[in-house]
Design a protein around this ligand. Sequence first.
Ligand SMILES: *[C@@H]1O[C@H](CO)[C@@H](O)[C@H](O)[C@H]1NC(C)=O
Ligand SMILES: *[C@@H]1O[C@H](CO)[C@@H](O)[C@H](O)[C@H]1NC(C)=O
Ligand SMILES: *[C@@H]1O[C@H](CO)[C@@H](O)[C@H](O)[C@H]1NC(C)=O
Ligand SMILES: *[C@@H]1O[C@H](CO)[C@@H](O)[C@H](O)[C@H]1NC(C)=O
Ligand SMILES: *[C@@H]1O[C@H](CO)[C@@H](O)[C@H](O)[C@H]1NC(C)=O
Ligand SMILES: *[C@@H]1O[C@H](CO)[C@@H](O)[C@H](O)[C@H]1NC(C)=O
Ligand SMILES: *[C@@H]1O[C@H](CO)[C@@H](O)[C@H](O)[C@H]1NC(C)=O
Ligand SMILES: *[C@@H]1O[C@H](CO)[C@@H](O)[C@H](O)[C@H]1NC(C)=O
Ligand SMILES: *[C@@H]1O[C@H](CO)[C@@H](O)[C@H](O)[C@H]1NC(C)=O
Ligand SMILES: *[C@@H]1O[C@H](CO)[C@@H](O)[C@H](O)[C@H]1NC(C)=O
Ligand SMILES: *[C@@H]1O[C@H](CO)[C@@H](O)[C@H](O)[C@H]1NC(C)=O
Length: 529
Amino acid sequence: MPRFLHLFTLLFYLRIPASSAATDTILAGQALAVHDKLVSSNGRYALGFFKPNSSKSSQDTTNWYLGIWFNTVPTFTPAWVANRDKPIKNTTSVELTISQDGNLVIQNESTKSIIWSTQANITTNSTTAILLSSGNLILTNSSNQSEVLWQSFDHPTDTFFPGAKLGWDKVTGLNRSFVSWKNLIDPAAGGYRYELDPSGIDQLLLVALNSSTSYWSTGPWSGKYFSSIPEMAARHSISAKFVKNDRERSNKDIHMDEGLTGLVKRLDGAYQGEKQFRAEVSSIGAVQHINLVKLVGFCCEDDKRLLVYEYMSNHSLDVHLFRSNSTVLSWAARYQIALGVARGLAYLHESCRDCIIHCDIKPENILLDASFLPKVADFGMAKLLARDFSRVLTTMRGTAGYLAPEWITGVAITPKVDVYSYGMVLLEIISGRRNTCAPISSNVDVYFPVQAAHKLLEGDVRSLVDHKLQGDVNLDEAELACKVACWCIQDDELDRPTMGEVVQILEGLTEIRMPPIPRLLQTMFESCS
Ligand SMILES: *[C@@H]1O[C@H](CO)[C@@H](O)[C@H](O)[C@H]1NC(C)=O
Ligand SMILES: *[C@@H]1O[C@H](CO)[C@@H](O)[C@H](O)[C@H]1NC(C)=O
Ligand SMILES: *[C@@H]1O[C@H](CO)[C@@H](O)[C@H](O)[C@H]1NC(C)=O
Ligand SMILES: *[C@@H]1O[C@H](CO)[C@@H](O)[C@H](O)[C@H]1NC(C)=O
Ligand SMILES: *[C@@H]1O[C@H](CO)[C@@H](O)[C@H](O)[C@H]1NC(C)=O
Ligand SMILES: *[C@@H]1O[C@H](CO)[C@@H](O)[C@H](O)[C@H]1NC(C)=O
Ligand SMILES: *[C@@H]1O[C@H](CO)[C@@H](O)[C@H](O)[C@H]1NC(C)=O
Ligand SMILES: *[C@@H]1O[C@H](CO)[C@@H](O)[C@H](O)[C@H]1NC(C)=O
Ligand SMILES: *[C@@H]1O[C@H](CO)[C@@H](O)[C@H](O)[C@H]1NC(C)=O
Ligand SMILES: *[C@@H]1O[C@H](CO)[C@@H](O)[C@H](O)[C@H]1NC(C)=O
Ligand SMILES: *[C@@H]1O[C@H](CO)[C@@H](O)[C@H](O)[C@H]1NC(C)=O
C-alpha cells in the first residue's frame, strides 16, 4: 500500500499543464520539427530539441540537442540527452523521424544525412516512438506496441528515472551507468560516473573517470531506494554534492563544485551509533518530494555527524514573514507556501516507506527556493538524534509556541504533533507575525491563535490577515486557511485533520466545518493578556 500511495501522491501533486495539442507519439512517416515537442500523456515529460542554458553560467552555447526534460518544473531541467557528444550546430532542416531502417533518427531533412540514431538491431521499418509517462522514450513494433525495440532507459545520461535500472543487463548486454555533464551547458560526458558497486549489494559508486579515485556514494542512494526518487536530477557535476571518500581519512572536507553549494548541517547532541545513523540517513535520504529539502550527502566520522542539503536561494520563511525590511510576500505566494508545506508533510507522514514525524515544524525550517517554492528542511532529525524522546523534547523547548500539548503531557507522539505545529505556522503565514504574546507596547493584546479562532467565528477574517498586504488578499482562501489552522491546533489530536486532509481542504476538494475555539490555548490567552 505505501508504494501505491507514493505513486498516487506523486501524480496527484504534480500540476498538469493546460493541455496543448502535443502528442506523445511519432509514427513511421511522421517527423518532429526543431520547434515541436512530444509530451508524455501525463504531462510530466517533454521531448524535443533544446539549447542548454543556465542562469549559473555566463557562457552561452550555440549547440542544440535532442532531449527529455521535466515539463512541469518551471526551471528548464533536461534529464536525458540523445546526442550528448554530437551537438547540432545548425538546426536548419533538422528533424526527428523514423528512418527507412525503422530506427528513430535525427536527420538533416535536406541532405538525408543521419546525425544520431537509436541504432537498434531491428528487422522492421514499421516502428513507433512513444514518450511514456515514466519519461522513457521507447521505439516499438507498430503492430505490437508491447514489443520494445529500443528504450532511452537503457541509455541513461546523468539522471535517474523511477523505473529505470542500472548496471549489467544480461538480456541486452548493456551496462548502464550515469555520466555527469561536462559543465552546466555542455551535456557531453564529464568527469564522473555513477555505477553499481560490483562488490556490494545495491550500492552506487561515484567514480572519477580520469583517475582511480572512487568517491563513495552516500547511503541514501543505495540502488533499491534510489529508484523511488520522484524527479531529482543528479545533474551536472554530480560529484559536487557528495561528501568525499571517507577511506581517505585526511579528506574531511566537503567537495563542492562551481555554482553549487550545500547547507551543511552539523548535528549536535546525543547521537546513536554509526550503524544506526547510517541506516536512518539511508531511510531519510530515500524520502524525495518537491516540497522537502533534498538530502544530498552525509558524513559520519568519529563523533562528527554532518548532513548536506541542497542549496535554497531564498532563505527560510521566517525571514520573509517577520523581517521588517524584507519584501512583503503576496497572498498568492503565502497560500502556495501553505499548500506546499502541507504536501511535503503529508508525504512524510503518509506516503514514504516509514512514517516520518518531523517534530520541529516552524518557519525557520521551511526554506524557499528562487521561485518561492517551499521546502521543508530538517525532517528526520528526531530519528537521527537518539530515540530518547525526552531528550528530543528538551531540544524542542527552544521552539515552544509550536509544540502540541501532548509533548508536555508526555504521551507517545503521533504525526498529529506536526499537524499542530503546522497550524501555528499557518497562522503566522496569515498574520505575518509571530503567534507569541505581543509585547506590551503593542496595542494588540491577544494571543493571536485565540484571536483568530474568535474572529473566525465572528466572520471577520479580514482583520486577521497581515496588514502589510494592505487588503490585497483572497478572502475565501484566507478564511479557508484560518479554518484549517484552527482545526490543526485543537487540543485533542483526534480533532485535528491529517496533513493529507489539510492538502485536500486547501485545494478546495474537501469541505470544512467551522472549528471550535481551542480550549487549552484559550487558557494560555488568559494568562497572556
Ligand atoms: C532555456 O532553454 C529552454 C529550451 O531551449 C527554454 O525553453 C527556456 O526558456 C530557456 N530558459 C532561459 C532562461 O533562457
Ligand atoms: C543540413 O543541410 C543543409 C543543406 O545542405 C546545411 O546547410 C546544414 O548545415 C545541414 N545541417 C546539419 C545539422 O548538418
Ligand atoms: C544554417 O544553415 C542555413 C542553410 O545552410 C543558413 O542559411 C544559416 O545561415 C545557417 N545558420 C547558422 C546559424 O549558421
Ligand atoms: C518500409 O520498407 C518498405 C520496403 O523495404 C518500403 O517500401 C517502405 O516505404 C518502408 N516504409 C517506411 C515508412 O519507410
Ligand atoms: C542482429 O539481429 C540478427 C537476427 O536477430 C542477428 O543475427 C545479428 O547478429 C544481430 N546483429 C547485431 C549487431 O547484434
Ligand atoms: C511485429 O509485430 C507483429 C505482430 O505481433 C509480428 O508479426 C512481427 O513479426 C513483429 N516484427 C518484428 C520485427 O518483431
Ligand atoms: C507482442 O510483444 C510481446 C513482447 O515481445 C509478446 O510477449 C507478445 O506475444 C506479442 N504479441 C503478439 C500478438 O505478437
Ligand atoms: C560495467 O561497467 C563498469 C564501469 O562502468 C565496470 O566496472 C563493470 O565491470 C561493468 N560490468 C560488466 C558486467 O561489464
Ligand atoms: C581530470 O584531470 C584533469 C587534469 O589532471 C583535472 O583538472 C580534472 O579536475 C580531473 N577531473 C576529475 C573529475 O577528477
Ligand atoms: C535588513 O536586511 C539585511 C540584509 O538584507 C539584514 O542583514 C538586516 O539584519 C536586516 N535588518 C533588519 C532590521 O531586519
Ligand atoms: C530570491 O531569489 C532570487 C533568485 O535567486 C533573488 O533574485 C531574490 O533577490 C531573492 N529574494 C530574496 C528576498 O532573497
